[in-house]
Design a protein around this ligand. Structure first.
Ligand code: NAD
Length: 411
């Protein structure tokens, strides 16, 4: 992740410190909440032909103050310890914000997932699980998919975990529906992003029907966000993935392209670069691919009224400041993409109870809880006269600090 002059983790901690100051929380407590409880770095030897390539893997557990640590595992060439720390701490703030009984963690392997065969991917996740089994478990730390990993990867993780520790399907979420997954989990992040986009438009007296949307990323988050935006009556006019982007001012029919492997395979009159989608004139911009994609280099070219952060940390601190000054309303990642961990929470509870919900119950619960979290952040932003990101951190830092102090962690 490219961060200009600061690290991804220190950018999160800046927000934590700011919330702590507004709330009058003791500096020592803020400093504890700005550190990670445990960081494990492993090597993963991967067979490559006759030789071996050694990859680096990570699991960072940021906080268990409010419950077992929870967070995805990412396979991407840019993964490093700083990025994993930042993402682990974002999980702490996200789970607290939506009030689910989890802490925060994140994992990763520095590898280009697009260049791995299925067998290599399986070898990597099995090795990652074996090396980390002592810190994982349904009441310790529960992984989930993130960039470069999916339901199938989680099935291998669960299988490896079962071989070592016995049956415990709640040890990981985001599993295939056929293998202890929950119907609704796969779409949950994107659905939440689209619901938050609609709620934001409504709160700001902009009509949802016909509102124009541009989305970067057509993976798990971007694909479902695009589909549900369309279902809610918005018009998705531009979308991109790693292969490039397509534009149609009349609105792209997302349902008809939903299952394509790559946007390069879609017929389109107008094609743009993968990053150009961020500069398309639209009502709602949804970055749903990588971090730090809106930064000093392109912040002057953003042409949207609202930014809904589908990806984690898609804006640099400078871009966030500049765009807010220009009047762009930004809904922060820890709120906008929290549908994923909300859905994971539903899957986890169903696994523990050995009981499964029908998808309409899952969607109802998700929509209701996302609406509640959005309303709460909005209320706090008015109360303290702050932007939505600061308000979201105020809510979550207060909850985690309270739990931390009540547990007596200082003695
Ligand atoms: P994914 O691997 O399923 O999809 C990533 C998408 O981004 C793909 O379409 C890929 O082609 C595209 N992409 C990659 N590089 C790009 C580039 N340079 N320009 C344009 N597009 C590019 O990943 P995902 O699960 O959809 O996650 C996307 C983001 O959302 C990540 O930041 C992740 O941390 C965050 N997130 C995911 C979840 C979840 O439940 N999957 C939950 C919360 C947050």
């Amino acid at each position: 992740m490219t961060h200009f002059g600061s690290s991804a983790f220190s950018e999160v901690n800046e927000k934590v410190a700011q919330a702590g100051e507004i709330l009058g929380i003791k500096p020592g407590v803020i400093s504890a909440l700005s550190s990670c409880e445990r960081e494990v770095v492993i090597s993963i030897p991967l067979r490559r032909g006759d030789d071996v390539e050694v990859l680096t893997g990570y699991r960072v557990q940021h906080s268990s103050a409010r419950g077992p640590r929870k967070g995805g595992i990412r396979f991407h060439q840019d993964v490093d310890l700083d990025e994993v720390r930042a993402l682990a701490s974002l999980m702490t703030w996200k789970t607290a914000l939506i009030d689910v009984p989890f802490g925060g963690a994140k994992g990763g392997v520095a590898v280009d997932a697009s260049k791995l065969s299925p067998i290599e991917k399986e070898e990597i996740i099995r090795r990652w699980t074996r090396s980390l089994v002592h810190v994982l478990g349904h009441h310790r730390d529960i992984p989930a998919p993130d960039m470069g990993t999916d339901a199938k990867t989680m099935a291998w993780l669960m299988d490896e975990f079962h071989r070592l520790e016995g049956f415990q399907p709640a040890c990981v979420t985001g599993k295939p529906v056929e293998l202890f997954g929950a119907p609704g989990r796969e779409e949950a992040t994107g659905r939440g992003v689209a619901q938050i986009a609609a709620a934001t438009l409504e709160k700001n007296d902009v009509k949802v029907k016909g509102a124009t949307v541009a989305i970067q990323g057509f993976g798990n988050v971007g694909r479902y966000a695009a589909l549900v935006c369309q279902e809610l009556g918005m018009k998705v006019i531009a979308i991109s993935d790693v292969s490039g982007g397509i534009v149609d001012k009349k609105g792209i029919d997302i349902a008809s392209i939903f299952n394509v492997k790559s946007l390069a395979d879609v017929q389109a009159d107008e094609r743009i670069g993968a990053a150009d989608v961020l500069e398309v004139k639209c009502d709602v911009l949804i970055p749903a691919a990588l971090g730090s994609v809106i930064n000093e280099r392109n912040m002057d070219k953003i042409n949207a009224g609202f930014i809904i952060e589908g990806a984690n940390q898609p804006l640099s601190i400078a871009a966030d400041r500049e765009l807010r000054a220009q009047g762009v309303l930004i809904v922060p990642d820890i709120l906008a993409n929290s549908g994923g961990v909300m859905g994971s929470y539903f899957e986890w509870t169903q696994n523990i109870q050995e009981f499964s919900w029908p998808i309409d119950k899952f969607r109802r619960e998700l929509d209701m809880r996302m609406e509640k979290a959005f309303g709460n952040v909005h209320k706090v932003s008015k109360k303290y006269s702050v932007d939505l990101r600061t308000a979201a951190f105020i809510v979550s830092v207060e909850r985690v600090a309270q739990a931390f102090e009540m547990r007596g962690s200082l003695v």
